[in-house]
Design a binder for this molecule. Structure first.
Ligand SMILES: *[C@@H]1O[C@H](CO)[C@@H](O)[C@H](O)[C@H]1NC(C)=O
Ligand SMILES: *[C@@H]1O[C@H](CO)[C@@H](O)[C@H](O)[C@H]1NC(C)=O
Length: 621
């Protein structure tokens, strides 16, 4: 007989299924209610309109304090964990810190997960698929050759990095590490060409397959291109090459790579052919499947150079170093051109609350101008080898740069955003550096920046917390993350020119190489925004804006411990009043910071290879 359950000494009646579902409904309601109350207290402050009296004495600002009702947390049995999550590796950059977690889009405010006001939750950093190329360091070369090849490899690495890969250069050291290397030594009568090519294959096989590219192969297509997406996923069940790319790109799993090498070494043609592909002479023993139409890949093979850019081909034959330099410049120009053709609708330098943000967006605007101009090119009217048709760059009709107040989600537009700290925004929009708490509370709106930015994509009435999620999605999720760049307004220098080159994948010409354009330029400032987005400032106001921006930058960037007194109180008050704007700012700071840390770390690992090409070994065998 089943035992009768007993509670407080009394038998408890058996539960029928109706009782059970009632209990579940009650539990569900309870959980829902407790969720509502489990938002950390300062977020409650954001959602509860407050007009509570500031406390007499103390510091005069009531918003965070007066609503931090301690009983809310005590009452709630499902309160969030009281331990901060463990720190992760490499999770800081200067003042910024972050925590990578899959829940990043589940909560508008990072502090509900990190329990730390300053730590932003970012999406988990995906692993980049390695793409290998082989560079023979064992060949003796002159200094000029080494330098120009090193530049070419840099361009190659930059372009693939920008498309989300981990470009890695292999050397004979990797090939010698392969057990098959011994066997290769034993094959007699092999042409030098085939032997060199097989070294490349051995090096690749040593890395367990994946992607093997020529360093003359560059990605030149939209980030959303299907082939690039397939390559980024990094899962290659069969050994594949592409029609028209010759030996420019192979993908394949480890076992198949080894099989192809063995096949080539055993081929009866080793004494005649120049490369592994040459040994495949009959369809029956072809280890490759062949794909067609690699639209997004530009291959600067000898043949392509000869037929499409013959002038450069001749120069390379005549004087190799000078010719190769020109080829580098041509490739850079084509990468830039392909970018411009992807964002053919222009560049949008968003300017929310445009009345007093002209100086604020100026660095972003300058960058947009550099991107919109034609790159310097030895053959200006040519298209990349993978594009039969392109719109060659024409500096009389540069790519349009606009300054709308709202973000527009359009894959043909590249967006450059400048995210101000709430204190910066408030100082500028009120043209006042002596903010007081009563002024903030009575005369300013909450989260004005994020409202204005997202007004084009979120209907009126959507709360700031939902808007900040939308914003994070734009910054950090495909496809919008690839077609936008977000800068921290007070620290636009956080991204140096060379950092930007890695983000865009090509070298952006410096400002100096563009003479002042006629018209549109107002004292080096962006042209004024359209009046439909907001009032247009007067000359006098622009001047105040500039001074105030310089002043408030210092306060915003000052280390937390070093702020004190009134300045600290006001900054904290403004942050508490504008939780969503502050969250957006911290998110971008962390996002940019993590990107930088990721790249610097990888560059550090690869550094040995970038400078002194030729003499150094990468790894101990
Ligand atoms: C990142 O973390 C690793 C391992 O903890 C460490 O070796 C490396 O120096 C760190 N890199 C940076 C840039 O902080
Ligand atoms: C932007 O548009 C793309 C494609 O139409 C869509 O998938 C994405 O969710 C949109 N992003 C936002 C933030 O609205």
């Amino acid at each position: 007989m089943p035992r009768q359950p007993v509670l407080f000494g009394r038998p408890v009646p058996r539960l029928g299924s109706r009782h059970v579902s009632l209990i579940f409904v009650c539990l569900g309601l309870f959980a829902l209610l407790s969720l509502l109350f489990s938002v950390p207290s300062d977020q409650v402050a954001a959602t509860v309109p407050t007009d509570s009296k500031p406390k007499a004495g103390g510091h005069k600002f009531g918003i965070p304090k007066s609503l931090k009702s301690p009983w809310l947390k005590k009452l709630n049995p499902f309160k969030p964990p009281s331990h901060k999550p463990e720190r992760q590796k490499n999770d800081t950059d200067g003042e910024s810190s972050w925590y990578s977690d899959w829940r990043w889009l589940t909560m508008p405010f990072s502090s509900s997960i990190t329990l730390d006001e300053d730590r932003a939750v970012l999406p988990v950093l995906g692993k980049r698929t390695p793409i290998y190329c082989y560079y023979d360091t064992s060949v003796e070369k002159g200094k000029g050759d080494r330098e120009v090849e090193s530049e070419l490899l840099l361009a190659w690495r930059r372009a693939w990095w920008a498309k989300g890969f981990q470009p890695t250069i292999l050397s004979p050291a990797e090939a010698m590490n392969n057990p098959l290397y011994e066997e290769l030594q034993k094959v007699e009568g092999m042409t030098e060409g085939l032997r060199t090519d097989l070294m490349r294959w051995l090096a690749w096989d040593n890395m367990r397959g994946g992607l093997l590219a020529s360093y003359l192969l560059f990605p030149m297509g939209g980030h959303d291109d299907a082939l690039l997406g397939y390559l980024r996923r990094g899962e290659f069940p069969t050994l594949t090459r592409w029609e028209g790319l010759d030996d420019g790109l192979f993908v394949g799993p480890k076992g198949e790579v080894e099989k192809a090498i063995r096949l080539a070494m055993g081929s009866p043609h080793v004494g005649v052919v120049k490369g592994l592909l040459g040994t495949v002479q009959e369809k029956s023993d072809d280890p490759f499947s062949v794909d067609t139409n690699p639209k997004a890949l530009a291959f600067y093979s000898a043949r392509n150079i000869e037929t499409k850019y013959s002038k450069i081909g001749e120069e390379i034959t005549a004087a190799r170093v000078a010719g190769m330099k020109k080829l580098n410049r041509l490739i850079n120009a084509h990468l830039h051109l392909a970018w411009q053709n992807t964002y053919f609708k222009g560049i949008s330098v968003v300017k929310p609350l445009p009345h007093h943000t002209t100086h604020l967006i100026n660095p972003a605007y300058k960058l947009a101008r550099r991107l919109s101009h034609c790159p310097e090119s030895p053959l200006p009217s040519t298209c990349p080898p993978n594009m039969k048709k392109c719109t060659p760059c024409d500096d009389t009709k540069p790519l349009g740069v606009t300054t709308p107040a709202h973000y527009v989600n359009d894959s043909g537009i590249f967006t450059i955003g400048t995210v101000p700290h709430p204190l910066t925004m408030l100082t500028l929009s009120s043209l006042n550096s002596d903010l007081t708490i009563p002024f903030i509370r009575r005369h300013t709106d909450r989260d004005p920046w994020i409202y204005d930015l997202t007004n084009g994509i979120s209907p009126k009435g959507i709360p700031a917390s939902a808007r900040v999620l939308k914003f994070k999605e734009i910054v950090a999720s495909e496809p919008t993350s690839a077609s936008s760049l977000w800068l921290q307004a007070e620290n636009t220098a956080a991204l140096s020119d060379s950092d930007l080159d890695w983000i865009f994948g090509f070298e952006i010409a410096s400002e100096a190489s563009y003479p002042n354009e006629e018209g549109g330029d107002n004292n080096g400032l962006p042209p004024m925004h359209d009046a439909k987005f907001g009032a247009v400032p007067e000359e006098r106001e622009l001047e105040m804006e500039r001074t105030l921006l310089e002043k408030v930058k210092k306060v915003v960037l000052e280390k937390k411990e070093r702020l004190s007194g009134e300045g600290k109180v006001i900054k904290e008050a403004v942050e508490a009043w504008n939780l969503a704007d502050g969250e957006a700012w911290r998110f971008v700071r962390a996002w940019v910071g993590r990107g930088q840390v990721e790249r610097r770390r990888w560059e550090g690992e690869e550094r040995r290879f970038v400078g002194g090409m030729g003499s150094e070994k990468r790894r101990d065998g």
